[in-house]
Design a binder for this molecule. Structure first.
Ligand code: FMN
Length: 153
């Protein structure tokens, strides 16, 4: 699938690999994850009622020493797939199950919203980490880049 966000995330992982890290890319577009229905099963007994791809992805995140969260800006927010995934992580976020991991977040955008999406990803699933990578405009070649941006053709 053609995705600027996936490309940007791949660049970040390539850098981490070059520095000696083992890396693993989870692309939500490859997974079937249904929206949370607020049944509260996860907070009551620690298990989710849905037998979809969520648990395997969550386990891979728990196994990791660090997390890089990435989303395109879709109508001023994260993508629908990312929001559904984050909602399913609500219990893990509430109980700070990712505390102590290294990490950062990134976003791609046509024009605006990148900073807000990065802040959102850092605040919730990122456990309020300061590791901002920044945002990038997808047509950056024709326009001046944001100060923190990296251009993706
Ligand atoms: C449904 C949709 C909504 C979008 N909303 C915004 C937006 O609110 N602001 C913006 O600057 N760009 C917006 N864009 C542009 C995307 O953020 C940009 O093209 C991004 O790099 C797409 O990443 P992807 O190739 O990984 O899907 C939107 C694109 C789509 C498809």
């Amino acid at each position: 699938m053609r995705s600027r966000t996936r490309r940007l995330a791949s660049f970040v992982l390539a850098g981490a690999k070059e520095a000696g890290a083992g890396v693993d890319l989870i692309d939500l577009a490859d997974l079937q994850i249904v929206p949370c229905t607020a049944c509260e099963s996860c907070s009551l007994d620690g298990t989710c009622v849905f037998a979809d791809d969520f648990s395997a992805a969550y386990d891979r995140m728990l196994d990791a020493d660090g997390l890089v969260l990435a989303s395109p800006v879709y109508v001023d927010n994260v993508s629908g797939q990312m929001k559904v995934f984050i909602d399913r992580l609500a219990d893990a976020i509430h109980y700070q199950n990712f505390a102590g991991k290294y990490g950062c977040s990134l976003a791609t955008t046509q024009e605006s919203g990148g900073d807000a999406v990065v802040d959102y990803l850092n605040h919730g699933p990122g456990g309020n980490r300061p590791g901002r990578i920044g945002s990038t405009r997808s047509r950056a070649a024709a326009r001046p880049c944001h100060q923190r941006s990296a251009a993706i053709p």
